[in-house]
Design a protein around this ligand. Structure first.
Ligand code: MLT
Length: 362
């Protein structure tokens, strides 16, 4: 059993406590999602080249060339976005893109909307609470009905892991996963990789540590697949209860000591503690989590490390990241925050994804 005492011991010794991992216990509320992920934790063997890409349900199935292609396309858009009167050719004119969001979102939803509009497409907003889903309509019926209204593509966010793949099997229209449960969030990982590549020049050999609630994080999973495929090294750091038990199999390094993870890394992706997915039940207390895994100035100063810091947002201030680290856009200091740059890069990445999947197909 992962008792509190074992958990505390594991922090001291760095060893995984004995007994079953909590996500294998039937009583945990996220069990269904997490089990799906454990079955999916090996990237697809035959990665899809960009030319054959019909959907973007995850990065586990993408080839290194497809990833590079998307990052390169985004780099072109970013250049234009930087110019004062940015204007783009309306390559997606007369296309309708449905933003089907069953979970809340600020960054992802707005950025898909801006990306679509930049390319001349129209967007249709959808929220589960005000749709027929509240009357019991199934996800597939909802999608089929939108398809019958000549929607050209679906951007789907859903609390169930695997939902984007499921939908991609029932519609011929492109499906873009905007986050499915704890499974994948491919456009977030692409924008993280874009941000890192822009800063460091290349992803090859880059040491990226992903800190925190890896177990529930779709952002972590997509980043692991994408970064490894692009030649980066990935370290995962967190309490053993929040690291998927089979994670080693992916070829990542595991750390339970944050100082060591920082000493090893060139950059850190800090994850939000997913309290809505019951992450708190895996921890003795938020205060203790923050003490051991919160990224603060004091910790960076102590390890003498200058770190480029990313976070997908939204942030739990002073839990996984301190205000100073989150807000330090301009060094001096031991960290450089990329949080807002990531948001801007999200538009370029989502434009690249929409253009790649929809451009040229009437
Ligand atoms: C997500 O939707 O997964 C976000 O981008 C990250 C988070 O919610 O922690």
């Amino acid at each position: 059993m992962h008792s509190l005492k074992n958990w505390r011991n594991s922090l001291r010794t760095g060893k995984r406590p004995g007994g079953k991992h909590p996500c294998r216990k039937a009583s945990f509320p996220v069990q269904k999602n997490v089990q799906y992920i454990l079955q999916q934790m090996t990237p697809d063997n035959k990665p899809i080249p960009m030319a054959d890409m019909n959907h973007l349900t995850g990065l586990s199935g993408l080839s290194a060339d497809s990833i590079t292609g998307l990052l390169d396309t985004a780099a072109g858009f970013k250049q234009t976005l930087r110019s004062p009167n940015a204007s783009f050719s309306p390559t997606l004119k007369n296309r309708r893109i449905a933003l089907v969001f069953f979970e809340n979102s600020t960054r992802t939803r707005f950025s898909f909307e801006i990306a679509a509009r930049n390319l001349g497409a129209g967007t249709l907003g959808f929220s589960a609470a005000s749709s027929s889903v509240s009357k019991g309509e199934t996800l597939s019926d909802t999608i089929k009905n939108l398809e019958a209204m000549q929607v050209d593509a679906f951007v789907l966010r859903h609390p169930s892991s695997g939902s984007a793949k499921l939908i991609s099997r029932i519609t011929p229209k492109p499906v873009i996963n905007a986050g499915d449960g704890s499974n994948e969030h491919p456009t977030q990982a692409l924008l993280d990789m874009f941000t890192l590549r822009e800063h460091f020049g290349s992803l090859k050999g880059l040491k990226v540590t992903i800190i925190g609630d890896v177990l529930h994080s779709r952002v972590a999973r997509s980043n692991i697949y994408g970064l490894l495929r692009a030649g980066a090294e990935v370290g995962l750091c967190g309490p053993v209860t929040l690291i998927p038990p089979d994670a080693e199999k992916l070829g990542v390094r595991l750390f339970t000591d944050l100082d060591r993870a920082i000493a090893w890394a060139d950059t850190a992706i800090v994850l939000r503690l997913q309290l809505e997915r019951a992450s708190g039940t895996y921890l003795p207390s938020l205060e203790e989590y923050s003490r051991h895994y919160g990224l603060t100035d004091e910790r960076l100063e102590r390890t003498g490390k200058h770190l480029l810091v990313l976070h997908p947002g939204p942030i739990n201030r002073e839990i996984e990241i301190s205000n100073h680290v989150a807000d330090r856009i301009q060094p001096p200091g031991y960290s450089k925050s990329m949080l807002l740059e990531q948001v801007t890069n999200g538009i370029a990445i989502r434009m690249a994804v929409l253009e790649t999947l929809l451009g040229g197909t009437p």
